[in-house]
Unconditional design. Sequence first.
Length: 362
Amino acid sequence: MRILVCNWKDLRHPQAGGAEVYTHEIARRWVAAGHMVTQFCAAVDGAPAVEDIDGVRVVRHGGRLGVYPAARDYYRSAGRGRFDLVMDEVNTRPFGCPRWAGDTPVVALIHQVCREIWHYEMPPPVALLGRYVLEPAWLRRYRKVRVLTVSPSSQDSLRQYGLRDVTVVPAGIARRPRPDVPREPHPTVVFVGRLASNKGPLAALAAYHLLRERVPTAQMWFVGDGPQRAALAARAGSGVTLFGRVSRAERDELLARAHVLVVTSVREGWGLVVDEAAAMGTPAVGYDRPGLRDSIPPAGGVLVEPTPAALAAALAHGLPKWTAAPAARGWRGGAADWDTVADTVLTEATTRSRPQPDRELR
């Protein structure tokens, strides 16, 4: 089978994240199974326009906004008749593949919707436009397109936008053994993720400050970087360490040494860091919000009302037990291994995706 995946970023993009890992992990497994996969994405400084990565042909053209018309032009000039399936991977803005892919079946992969994230990432006029005009209009065009997503929360949100054919496929994780390191001698809370407003690092810090009133020996680590790092540093106070971006091995060790992970995102597609912490033997306490309410319970974690006070109370309640327990081997969360994910996504995409004529798409 010949597959075209349109995703505005690839692994070499400086802003690549979980969606790009997901795309590459399933694509390279499709190649290993004998399929031909091309990924179309935005140009990256220092990266060639065409590159082979693990057998996946990566084609790069256009910038943050120009990648969308560039994908259409690529298909019209060099792709028509060359592909058996087109995957339109939606990261807020869709590529609009159903409009220009002709009779080739199209399936959309949407990890999450933006919804309230608009208000955390954009100034008020743009946030209102995006939340109530752009995103509903973009997604409305996919109401008859086969859509795959990674959690029941995202499925519910997409159905609220009028999408009719939405199927949940598993989140994926590469399971690694827990490093042989002891827990910290003092109660240790860790936050892992982009230090941006929609991830809630300042809320996590506020919860930590409340926790310190009850557990004076507690310490907190922030692993990651982003626009709120300076604000965190200014408000950090005693016992807080900002590690910045670290290697995967360093991140695993920090997760293994800590006693609990906190997750305070506004919404997630799934919240893979919860599974990554569980694999290191570390439970998670997180806000009861879309995505997290899907990933935290299967990993044995605790959901709380989305306030710093509720988070601090849950930490104060759980830390005595977590700090007294010896370092443990990791355990499974709700994410699946990548082989299972790749097989499931391709099966769902190919057995049920069909061209869906729709006058709004034409």
